[in-house]
Structures are given as structure tokens and as C-alpha cells.
Design a binder for this molecule. Structure first.
Ligand code: PAF
Length: 296
């Protein structure tokens, strides 16, 4: 894999179509599944790695975010990346950005309500990646369902000639959705955190059994999370998959999203749902995640 630091170097190095996998690094199997899929979609696969200060509302969350460039380069290469684009802050933001991208109607609720400025930071950095790298396709995990809705809408509204595609959530073998933040959980928090996916799966089972009422589905998740102890529930919300706004009943493609705090660590997860009872709980690893490999 070639490690490049500037937009210009990436544009000069691409050959043929370009697939982009935007990341903040500390890669796990969720990212690797996107990189592998990207290889099927385009000739050049670029993984971007940038811990974007603009999208963190808490300085300690930004400081704590795990970073490991050599590890990530090895993993990206093994998954089939051609280029690892790891710009410094001065390449990404040569000036304090006066232009910021707001996808306001999709960012009022859920993550938008709990993380002030978060989606403006995400949309701004991804718009810069789209403008600076000119990808044909960009791949994102459906674990961040609201982010996927926001970025799909941004690309459409701003006429970026890029296809934005979502891929299934990858989960640890006990169900916890993979996140680079999982390594920051204490053993007790890690154990309690399994209640999040258990709750979502219970709600998906309720959908399969015929339940369509939003508060009922939200209640199933909330009961699991609260019952586990040690987790603070921030929200459980049934939301329209395209507009990321809460809906009273499962009458269109939707996701049931949840956010919790486990000590100082914030975790989010969701399950995709359709009115005809289809559910998208993601896929599970059968081995321990590379997040926990000793040599990290
Ligand atoms: O999902 C992430 O890791 C980030 O929000 C993204 C899309 C790379 C933008 O910084």
C-alpha cells in the first residue's frame, strides 16, 4: 500500500475508477469488509485515515481516540487497499474552514441532538474527501446509519458524482458492533455492552412476530439496556432510513437506533428494518476481533 499525504498525490496516482473507504483509523473487520468490497467496485482502492477534529464535540474523546498508523497500513494492504491517504491537519484544513456543510434536517435528532456540531464536521470532511479525491464510489458501514443517511443526502444535494453505498454492520462474536472505541471499555463495561445488540435483536424478533409500533420497539431495546446495569441509555429511536427522523410506526424502510454510555465511552448501534418484516442485523465474527490482537 502506498502511504500518501496530499490530495494532489492521490489524484496523480489513481489509475481508472476510484473507490474510497473513509476512516478515522484503528481499523477493524468492519473497515476491512469495506476495503474488500471496494476492490470489487473500482480499479484503485483508497482508504483515507484522518482523525477529524471537526467532528469531535469533546476534547477528551478526540485525545483518547486510538491511533496506530503502521498497524492500519498493514491491515489496509492485506485487505486490498492500493493507497492509504493519511493527510495531516494542515493538508485537510490549511485554514480554519469558513465553509461548512450542514445537512440540517437530517441531523436534528439522535446523534445530532447528543453531539453538537458532529455531523457538520463529518459532512465537511467527507465533502472535502469527495472534492479532493474525486472517487466514483464511497463505502460506509451501516452501523452509523444516521451518518450514512446524511452523507447520501449531502452527495445528492451537492451533485457530487459519487455513488454512496452502505454495507452491513460487522459484530464481535457475542454481538457487540465493532467500533474502534470497544478497546477502551473496561472488562465490566465490555460485558454489559452486549445488552445493546441483544436488545436490538429482540426488537428485530418482535418485528418478525408482527410488531410495528415505534414506542414498543424502542421499549424492547431500552428494557435490555437498562436491565443490564452499568449502561446509561441516551436514546432508542425508530427512524426513517432516508431522513433520519423519528417515526411512530414501521411503515417504511427504517432503522432502530440506540446510543448508550458505558462509563466514559459512548457506543451506538442499530438494526435495519422494513415494514414487510425484513431485518438487517449485520454479520458476526466467529473469532476474536483484530482490535484485541496483542501486536496492535
Ligand atoms: O465514520 C467515520 O469513521 C467518520 O465519521 C468518517 C466518515 C471517516 C468521517 O471522518
Amino acid at each position: 500500500v502506498r502511504l500518501l499525504r496530499t490530495f494532489g498525490e492521490v489524484r496523480a496516482s489513481r489509475s481508472g475508477s476510484l473507490a474510497l473507504v473513509p476512516t478515522m483509523g484503528f481499523l477493524h473487520e468492519g473497515h476491512l469488509s469495506l476495503i474488500e468490497a471496494a476492490g470489487e467496485l473500482a480499479e484503485t482502492v483508497v482508504v483515507s485515515l484522518f482523525v477529524n477534529p471537526l467532528q469531535f464535540d469533546q476534547a477528551d474523546d478526540l485525545a483518547r481516540y486510538p491511533r496506530a498508523l503502521d498497524r492500519d497500513a498493514g491491515l489496509a494492504e492485506a485487505a486490498g487497499a492500493d493507497i492509504l491517504f493519511a493527510p495531516g491537519v494542515s493538508e485537510m484544513y490549511p485554514l480554519e474552514p469558513a465553509t461548512r456543510v450542514s445537512v440540517a434536517p437530517l441531523t436534528v435528532e439522535m446523534e445530532g441532538a447528543h453531539r453538537r456540531g458532529h455531523f457538520e464536521g463529518v459532512a465537511t470532511v467527507v465533502a472535502k474527501l469527495f472534492a479532493g479525491l474525486q472517487p466514483d464510489v464511497a463505502l460506509f458501514g451501516r452501523k452509523d446509519a444516521q451518518q450514512l443517511a446524511v452523507l447520501s443526502r449531502m452527495a445528492a444535494d451537492l451533485s457530487f458524482p459519487v455513488r454512496v453505498v452502505g454495507y452491513p454492520t460487522v459484530r464481535e462474536s457475542d454481538g457487540l458492533a465493532l467500533s474502534s472505541r470497544n478497546v477502551l471499555l473496561s472488562p465490566a463495561e465490555r460485558k454489559s455492552a452486549v445488552a445493546i445488540s441483544r436488545g436490538l435483536l429482540a426488537a428485530a424478533a418482535a418485528v418478525a412476530a408482527g410488531e410495528r409500533v415505534g414506542v414498543a420497539l424502542e421499549g424492547v431495546v431500552a428494557a435490555e439496556v437498562v436491565g443490564a446495569g452499568g449502561l446509561d441509555l441516551e436514546y432508542a429511536a425508530l427512524a426513517d432510513a432516508a431522513t433520519a427522523t423519528r417515526i411512530p410506526a414501521l411503515d417504511r424502510p427504517a432503522f432502530l437506533a440506540v446510543a448508550v454510555r458505558a462509563g466514559a465511552i459512548r457506543l451506538i448501534d442499530n438494526v435495519g428494518l422494513t415494514p414487510d418484516g425484513e431485518t438487517d442485523p449485520g454479520v458476526r465474527l466467529t473469532r476474536p476481533s483484530i482490535l484485541y490482537a496483542k501486536e496492535r
